[in-house]
Design a protein around this ligand. Sequence first.
Ligand code: FMN
Length: 193
Amino acid sequence: MTNAPKILAFAGSTRKASYNKQLVKIAGAGATAAGAEVTYIDLRDFPLPLYDEDLEAAEGIPENARKLKQLMLAHQGLLIASPEYNSSVTPVLKNVIDWISRPEPGEQMLGCFVDKVATIMSASPGGLGGMRGLVHLRSILGNIKVIVLPDQISVSRAFEAFNEDGSLKDPKQQAAIEQLGSQLASVVAKLAT
Ligand SMILES: Cc1cc2nc3c(=O)[nH]c(=O)nc-3n(C[C@H](O)[C@H](O)[C@H](O)COP(=O)(O)O)c2cc1C
């Protein structure tokens, strides 16, 4: 057993070469360096049908949604890097949030979100780096009881921002993303005391 802060890290994109998957790994490395235990997951490994209330009534919560809920419950912090699609959250991320927000008998409402602390970030080929989507993501998470830390970073012109090894070419930007991860680890650790 360890008291290290436990952080779940994932991207709001399932794309194989996703910039946001690269970005969240940098923040995760920052959290690890600060003493956290970071679990990185790829939402591609948790495919879910498009949320449909009739489907839920007929078949219940899909197994992958249950697995994601358990992963959320096993971690105190969330690192999320997500692109924006048409200035908002991606469908894959919103779909995951919708499925795992559904309580099963005996579960607390929004139980897997309550008291979670999250840091959000984005990357995009565009000039705004996906920052408009983070406005919506912050609002959604806040409304389902996640504490979203104030600092966030959007990496613009992502097609030229990364090295082959997944690090950022700009050392200051690399350090700033690592800092997002270490800050989350530090806040989670303080809240646990
Ligand atoms: C349906 C769709 C809508 C998009 N809308 C935006 C947008 O509003 N702003 C933006 O900066 N990029 C937009 N993009 C481009 C994405 O930012 C780009 O595909 C990015 O690489 C996705 O992130 P990823 O690399 O992590 O998969 C859009 C892409 C798609 C497929």
